[in-house]
Design a protein around this ligand. Sequence first.
Ligand SMILES: Nc1ncnc2c1ncn2[C@@H]1O[C@H](COP(=O)(O)OP(=O)(O)OP(=O)(O)O)[C@@H](O)[C@H]1O
Ligand SMILES: CC(=O)C(=O)O
Ligand SMILES: [K+]
Ligand SMILES: [Mg+2]
Length: 590
Amino acid sequence: MSRSLHIFNPSNLTFPKQPYPKPSSNRRLPATTFSPKLISIKASTSSDPNSSTSPQVLISNNGTGAGGILSSTPQDNDTPPSQSITSDSSSIEVDAVTEAELKENGFRSTRRTKLVCTIGPATCGFEELEALAVGGMNVARINMCHGTREWHRRVIERVRRLNEEKGFAVAIMMDTEGSEIHMGDLGGASSAKAEDGEIWTFSVRAFDSHRPERTVNVNYDGFAEDVKVGDELLVDGGMVRFEVMEKIGPDVKCRCTDPGLMLPRANVTFWRDGSLVRERNAMLPTISSKDWLDIDFGIAEGVDFIAISFVKSAEVITHLKSYIAARSRDSDIAVIAKIESIDSLKNLEEIIQASDGAMVARGDLGAQIPLEQVPAAQQNIVQICRQLNKPVIVASQLLESMIEYPTPTRAEVADVSEAVRQRADALMLSGESAMGQYPEKALAVLRSVSVRIEKWWREEKCHEAMELPVVGSSFSDSISEEICISAAKMANNLGVDALFVYTKTGHMASLLSRCRPDCPIFAFTSTTSVRRRLNLQWGLIPFRLSFSDDMEGNLNKTFSLLKVRGMIKSGDLVIAVSDILQSIQVLIVP
Ligand SMILES: Nc1ncnc2c1ncn2[C@@H]1O[C@H](COP(=O)(O)OP(=O)(O)OP(=O)(O)O)[C@@H](O)[C@H]1O
Ligand SMILES: CC(=O)C(=O)O
Ligand SMILES: [K+]
Ligand SMILES: [Mg+2]
């Protein structure tokens, strides 16, 4: 075989073109053809019957800010960006890191893919949390499988303090334990190594201080009855495997067939003749009594998301949502369905429809379906979520090797790229940030890979042609959807700098995010909790801002406030939509 020498130029690397290439951008039309409010397309029905053009006090557009309330803090390269937080009606609140990024690199390079970090012993301190926030963490996840409620309360308190003192808007996601089978906590040891051929005992007995060597607890009482000699036992989705040799009362003796490291509370599944066995444990409730206590804890602490493990049906989600609604009237906690079991795949659409978002929990999913089916399941879940307008998180083992090593494998980088290319809303770190050696480095890899792929799209003008079905039930909802689809398309075709959306509930912002437009979406909302929740969604830059029913006034106020902060400038081209006035406006920042 003959080989010709060629020079490798990484910048020539391109991804295959998407089916619908973007028409060449003609974004800088002569400025004279634009008046500040060039087009206003108004639908004949307004979503808000009370919407009026009530008089409103405008913040003067003189570039000095509203009475000096808003002073943007000078950025010091050595210290994390910070800002003073006021909830004054004439102020605007935005994530300190995003603000710095916008000022430095402009709209185009802001990251669209959101990042979730699991907080564990490696990252629970205030300084570590701050480092993650500076590094781009949008959501902090606490996993109720591990640690005490008191431990989690302290983490929540630190994240809140970080938000208040340093101007971040990191949301908190609480992840329930669920009632699947898992091992005990290894008596305080950080891990246990199982070697090939060793005999280990899996027992449902309770051990007080003295746990015999090579013995682990299993949390499910029916375990010893359900397994059969010859079954294959998978720890942590198959990271370690055993064969069941003998049953002696509550003890199950197993021989290690695939050696590896077992972590505390790792999950346990057993397989017979090549498929997962679900005996009586299939009857266990999705939300255990311990989970209900954790959920009460989450509601009391005002977490932003509750992720439910091992969801089997839509009913459990609906039930939980009404439970939350009855107990937390003033804040709205979003419920995320974790797709990690065969049952959840069977009822996928109904589950996602009932939820406020989903997680592709590949760790446990890979223990329930053959590994080679996980990528297709991931793609399917991501696509359904997008169609149903629900945010989706791709989770587990994205950078597993970084638990121990400072550099990811090439395969891991490819996996992260693929999730970004599927346009998932968010990527999640688990052990990498919870107990790994390099949490900040792992986060930096997620960030740089996301930004790189997103840049490729812009360079290659890759639009993704996905049919977006009507998801709303009312006529008014359908109008909002059409407006967002049109606005996103216009934004791409005109090459605008940013989409602005004024939204009370966040719904209109999510509809725009669903279109995955080229430009960032500035989402203005009046409540802090909606703002935090929007942090999980692709491409959204959530701001807290008080606004009125007068869009003209809102726009002037926003332009003024953002200009003072150096986040936009005269001449920037913006498309604005709102759920106050169902309209699309194309504007040049005055
Ligand atoms: N709060 C915590 N305290 C101690 N260790 C933790 C904590 N959170 C996570 N970890 C460690 O990090 C590892 C990975 O975290 P992860 O959240 O993926 O848990 P998991 O046990 O795999 O369960 P899940 O299926 O819910 O993700 C855990 O196995 C555990 O060792
Ligand atoms: C995240 C999670 O629960 C899993 O991957 O199993
Ligand atoms: K969990
Ligand atoms: Mg899981």
